[in-house]
Ligand binder design. Structure first.
Ligand SMILES: [Zn+2]
Ligand SMILES: [Zn+2]
Length: 678
């Protein structure tokens, strides 16, 4: 079973100029059912079958009249026989649906069934859009995910019941077309002129190295040290990396200029984009950082935030796997408009939606968005234009736009139901205490060719974060002032420490992590005594020779043998009534358990605790004792306490004295000690 949705759009929607010519040559075979041909004398309202009348005709009328539907959505189960019968009897709605299905679906000989769900959503400009989700079921059917119906052109007459259907919006045919550049220019202009959040970085100085564009060459320029508009390129290096790079061998060649024709395809396209937008400089990492000089690399990485933030525009080669893929693309055939017979209407598949969050899985559509290094390029860039497959996207601090208009979002303006886009990548507001955890949750999903790059690829973001956290210290992916809260990270797959990264940093896990704030209980019971670190290079690069933390708090010693499953009830020797159970919130740990000595000494350290009516609960870190006497972090857990000697705490009175007494009894189970975690 697949979903197919048809949207009949409301009046006054998009009538933008179509500079590129829409494809109107594809046609539906309407000869199969002669009743689809126009019959001028037909009283359509009378001939429309009852279901269609209430489902489509009347609802379209309501949309037109009230701007929205007042009655709740309803589902109609329509069979093939019924629809075809309706079409034969002269119902234009049945005819429309069957002709759409005949065109877009590989309908076999088996009968099929359509479930219709009607709803009204708001178009980007606020006008209503009637959306019809069609779920077509048939054992052998293959369906497109979503379809929308438009009027082909304003001057072709349509049946009266379809008069609310809006004229088709413009669909970009080629992202290198003149119209594509008009779109980008407009986005750029609006961002510079009217976005308060974006325009403050308008006049940045050129980075230390920059490529200057001449009519036929690109020249490496150094230390120009003056304000000028420059672009940055965000791109996938691919397995082999770009054929042309800045190294100690190529630096002289690049200084004297490289012919544009010699540039890798993606760079060449980026240079063309600059030309057509009137930008004379571009910064490309591969050609502006000396690739065989670690020192140069580290010093540039530390100013990465300024380079991306200061860029007039960041050009993202979002659909390209490597530097040979280029930036531009043409609309794929199966996304082009299809004329629906002589109805005056056309149908269109929805274009792939830009992912709201960084991608974790392999996709062929958005290779750039999976790459770890790209995270800070997107995050730090003031404005990014994505050259994606089939279309363009705009991403800045104030807006997100798609050339097709389906995913438009601004900070200041609500788009109602249609505005389901929130740009997690650009959101850095709110409490920095939670912000870092949210950021790492996104970042840790991304892919790295070398896992040792995971911390360095964040250096620019760290540098920016350091400005917000003036008196804070960054060590190996963690911040001192929120270290206790941030220790509650979990991973989805098996445990594995990355060499050189302390076990108390999320970065020791080579996979995506999520966070639980383990300090959420009202009583913080553990304190951070110290962080001891020997950094390896600049601190924002995250590398350390060694790093340890000392915590002091209530602890409880146990043996690993007790933990054979994720959620195991753990009982003390003297019974259920003492420590009731322990949830070990370390997900997917089976492989780890295989390696864990059943006799290993584990230590729970209570991070925060609270007292309920007749029970206590605390969050803990789970530590393993190492032969050296210090500990490594394994995970975190929740421990519940239901000892009978706790006195009943009335939820309404919350007697503080009684609460303190119960807390004291709870914590008496533990021994306060200081531990060193490496
Ligand atoms: Zn009908
Ligand atoms: Zn903007």
């Amino acid at each position: 079973m697949d979903d197919l949705s048809v949207s009949l759009t409301g009046p006054g929607s998009n009538t933008s100029e179509n500079v590129d010519v829409c494809d109107t040559t594809a046609d539906v075979d309407t000869n199969r059912d002669s009743s689809l041909s126009m019959d001028d004398d037909d009283d359509l309202a009378a001939s429309a079958c009852e279901i269609c009348k209430s489902a489509i005709t009347r609802r379209c009328a309501k949309v037109r009249r009230y701007g929205r539907l007042r009655s709740p959505d309803c589902v109609w189960n329509l069979g093939e026989e019924w629809l075809r019968g309706g079409a034969r009897a002269g119902c234009r709605d049945c005819g429309l649906i069957t002709s759409i299905l005949d065109h877009f679906c590989a309908i076999g000989i088996e009968p099929w069934r359509v479930d219709l769900l009607f709803g009204v959503v708001s178009c980007g400009n606020g006008s209503p859009q009637l959306k019809i989700n069609m779920i077509v079921s048939n054992a052998s059917i293959s369906l497109p995910e979503e379809l929308r119906i438009f009027r082909s052109t304003a001057d072709v007459p349509v049946e009266p019941q379809w008069s609310t259907i809006v004229q088709r919006s413009f669909l970009l045919q080629d992202t290198s077309s003149e119209y594509a550049f008009q779109i980008v220019s407009k986005w750029l202009h609006d961002c510079l002129q009217s976005h308060d959040r974006c325009s403050i970085y308008k006049t940045a100085r050129l980075p230390k190295r920059i490529l200057e564009l001449t009519a036929t060459t690109v020249l490496l320029r150094e230390n120009l040290n003056r304000p000028a508009a420059y672009a940055c390129l965000s791109h996938c290096w691919g397995e082999k990396g770009p054929a042309l790079r800045l190294t100690s061998n190529t630096i002289d060649t690049l200084r004297s200029g490289v012919a544009r024709a010699q540039l890798p395809e993606t760079f060449k396209d980026a240079v063309e984009i600059c030309d057509r937008l009137g930008i004379h400089f571009i910064w490309i990492d591969a050609m502006c950082i000396v690739q065989d000089n670690l020192k140069d690399w580290a010093s540039t990485a530390s100013v990465m935030a300024d380079i991306y933030e200061g860029a007039y525009l960041t050009i993202a080669a979002t659909a390209s796997n490597d530097s040979n893929g280029g930036c531009f693309s043409r609309l794929r055939e199966n996304f082009k408009d299809v004329t629906l017979g002589n109805t005056g209407l056309c149908a269109r598949r929805n274009l792939p939606r830009f992912p709201k969050r960084p991608l974790h899985n392999d996709t062929t559509e958005w290779p750039l968005l999976e790459r770890g290094w790209v995270f800070q390029e997107r995050r730090l860039s003031t404005r990014v234009v994505h050259y994606a497959r089939d279309q363009l996207f705009w991403e800045c601090g104030s807006t997100f736009f798609s050339a097709c208009g389906d995913q438009n979002w601004t900070v200041d303006q609500s788009f109602g139901v249609k505005n389901d886009y929130s740009n997690d990548m650009k959101f850095d507001g709110g409490d920095p205490r939670n912000g870092w955890r949210a950021l790492i949750t996104l970042y840790s999903k991304l892919k790295f060719t070398k896992s040792c790059d995971r911390l360095p690829a964040l250096a620019g973001v760290v540098e920016r974060e350091q400005r917000r956290r003036k008196d804070d210290t960054y060590v190996a992916g963690m911040w001192k002032n929120t270290l206790l809260e941030d220790l509650g990270f979990s991973q989805y797959t098996c445990y594995g420490n990355t060499p050189g990264i302390p076990s108390w940093s999320w970065a020791c896990i080579e996979d995506s992590v999520n966070f639980t704030d383990i300090m959420y209980h009202r009583n913080a019971t553990t304190e951070l005594i110290s962080i001891d670190t020997i950094p390896d290079g600049p601190s924002n690069m995250g590398k350390v020779v060694s790093a340890s933390i000392r915590l002091k708090g209530p602890t409880f010693s146990i043996r690993a043998v007790a933990y054979l499953s994720t959620y195991l009830e753990y009982f003390l020797d003297n019974g259920v009534d003492q420590l009731a159970n322990f949830d070990y919130n370390l997900k997917g740990t089976s492989e780890f358990y295989d390696d864990l000595d059943p006799d290993a000494e584990l230590l729970l350290i209570v991070m925060s605790a609270s007292i309920m009516e007749i029970s206590g609960e605390c969050t803990t870190l789970v530590l393993q004792r190492l032969p050296t006497g210090n500990f490594q972090r394994l995970g975190h857990g929740v421990l519940r306490y239901q000892r009978k000697d706790l006195r009943f705490l009335d939820r309404n009175t919350r007697d503080p004295a009684l609460r303190a007494e119960n807390m004291e009894r709870f914590l008496a189970l533990f021994t306060v000690r200081e531990v060193e975690i490496i």
